[in-house]
Design a protein around this ligand. Structure first.
Ligand SMILES: [Zn+2]
Length: 137
């Protein structure tokens, strides 16, 4: 996904397991409290589970090195957005609530596990397409 397309997702509504979610695209320099969290945590994106929002700090995808040309497509955006979608799906499916007692140690909240899922998703999808596996199950 390009930076431009990411910017166009601001206030985009979408549905996860029947629940409405929204993408918020901000600069980490904004006064908004979530933008400040993104900046303090040096995070590009974060998911507000209870508000059903995915927040994007768009300036984290822009190179500050003027000699470095940005690629048309930035795979990090796709991977990070997929990562946040996994958080949202775990939350909406109830898996996240199973993690409440042990916080980050439980696998539905484990960042390594979520990252692995996000990275493997397109690879699994490619194999599924090669084999002609149906989406209807
Ligand atoms: Zn995460």
């Amino acid at each position: 996904m390009t930076i431009e397309k990411l910017g166009n997702l601001n206030d985009k509504k979408f549905y996860i397991l029947g629940e409405e979610w929204t993408i918020k695209v901000v600069s980490t320099e904004d006064k908004n409290p979530i933008a400040k969290i993104l900046k303090v945590q040096n995070a590009s994106m974060l998911t507000q589970l209870y508000k059903k929002e995915i927040w994007v700090g768009i300036d984290n995808y822009v190179s500050t090195d003027e000699t470095q040309q940005m690629p048309n497509n930035n795979p990090a955006i796709d991977q990070d957005l997929t990562h946040e979608l996994y958080h949202a799906f775990y939350y909406e499916s109830g898996l996240d609530s199973c993690a409440m007692l042990s916080e980050d140690e439980a696998w539905p909240r484990n960042e390594t596990m979520i990252d692995w899922n996000a990275k493997m998703f397109p690879k699994i999808l490619k194999v599924r397409r090669t084999l002609g596996i149906s989406d209807n199950f």
